[in-house]
Design a binder for this molecule. Structure first.
Ligand SMILES: C[S@@+](CC[C@H](N)C(=O)[O-])C[C@H]1O[C@@H](n2cnc3c(N)ncnc32)[C@H](O)[C@@H]1O
Length: 325
């Protein structure tokens, strides 16, 4: 790959691959070292130790594991080596899904392949169904490049609900659109049983942030922020800006008020937080979804990507472990 290609941004301004992604060719190369879809570097074999780290966390509680995004089956194969009962996998691309079906036939533990965008499949899955979740999909548009994982993690916002109601989960009612999505619970939190574990990544985002904004990968994940002290222990993090994080998270493109159903006149929108945090802060959405700070940890591994990798050049990679109490 030329250095020109290496320097090109992964997404051009306004680029949106959503409509074409499902039918697009899954470009696995001959040594099975790379997967490209619509010219995007979706998955590469050098990530193997990192994928194994994520898979080990996701399978660490045994039971039924949900994996979102199949790619090259690197993580999935590691999950299958663990002491689990079932392995449910969501994948939206046709070619990748065919590979998943073929791969599933040879696995030691039951595989449940689920075809479609996770945004369509996840709301159909029952509450508390999984002991572990591994979320590793791919941004399908420039506007979700840095934030798609938050759509899976953060509290579901519904038009007509003020941020305060959502943050406290007061209404506790589902919507006809998403019968299994309750305001006050993000998808990940809802799907996990108590004691279950979530792990996830967005390397296409994190690789970019580590080029442009951060040199310390743990800082990139956490960014220093202290939750308000006055909150009761069991109370979820309140929202701000009708669906945004109280310290400023959520005003990023794609997760702003228009998407989260902001209600004009919501008193929380009147006072913008200060100082705002960068849009990519990982901790805020996890806390807002109901996970507790003391149950969120990370481990860092050394792994040098090959120089030709377009999306990641940092020599360290971070594995989150997020336990549901
Ligand atoms: C980075 S790869 C996953 C790599 C995998 N963890 C591995 O070890 O090989 C991301 C996968 O997520 C799929 N994907 C992207 N967006 C998705 C969505 N919204 N719903 C379901 N699958 C999605 C892509 O087609 C791709 O196969």
């Amino acid at each position: 790959m030329s250095s020109g290609a290496a320097a090109a941004p992964i997404f051009a301004e306004g680029e949106d691959c959503r409509a074409a992604w499902r039918e697009a060719t899954a470009g696995y190369d001959e040594p099975d070292a790379h997967l490209e879809i619509l010219g995007k570097p979706v998955m590469e074999r050098w990530e193997t130790p990192y994928m194994h780290s994520l898979a080990t966390v996701a399978a660490s509680k045994g039971g039924r594991v949900l994996e979102v995004g199949f790619g090259m089956a690197i993580a999935a194969s590691k999950v299958q080596e663990q002491d689990i009962e079932e392995h449910w996998i969501i994948e939206c691309n046709e070619g990748v899904f065919r590979r998943l079906q073929h791969w599933a036939k040879a696995q030691p533990h039951k595989v449940v392949p689920l075809k479609g965008l996770w945004e369509d499949v996840v709301p159909t899955l029952p509450d508390g169904h999984f002991s572990g979740i591994l979320y590793d999909t791919y941004p399908l548009s420039e506007d979700t490049w840095h934030t798609h994982q938050f759509n899976f993690i953060q509290v579901t916002a519904r038009a007509g609900l003020c941020g305060e109601e959502l943050g406290r989960g007061l209404s506790g009612r589902s919507s006809p659109e998403f019968p299994n999505s309750f305001p006050g619970q993000g998808h990940a939190f809802r799907l996990l049983r108590p004691g279950g574990v979530l792990t996830y990544c967005n390397l296409t985002s994190w690789g970019e942030l580590l080029k442009s904004s951060y040199s310390d990968i743990e800082k990139m994940f956490e960014v220093s922020c202290s939750p308000p002290q006055s909150r009761a222990r069991d109370e979820p993090e309140p929202l701000h800006d009708c669906g945004t994080h109280p310290w400023g998270w959520g005003r990023a493109k794609g997760v702003g008020a228009s998407q989260t159903g902001a209600r004009p006149g919501c008193p929380l929108t009147a006072a913008p937080p200060s100082p705002p945090l960068p849009q990519e802060t990982q901790l805020g959405p996890l806390l807002q979804a109901g996970f507790r700070r003391e149950n969120i940890s990370t481990s860092v591994m050394e792994l040098q990507p090959p120089p030709e990798c377009r999306y990641y050049s940092h020599p360290r990679m971070i594995t989150p472990t997020v336990l549901k109490h």
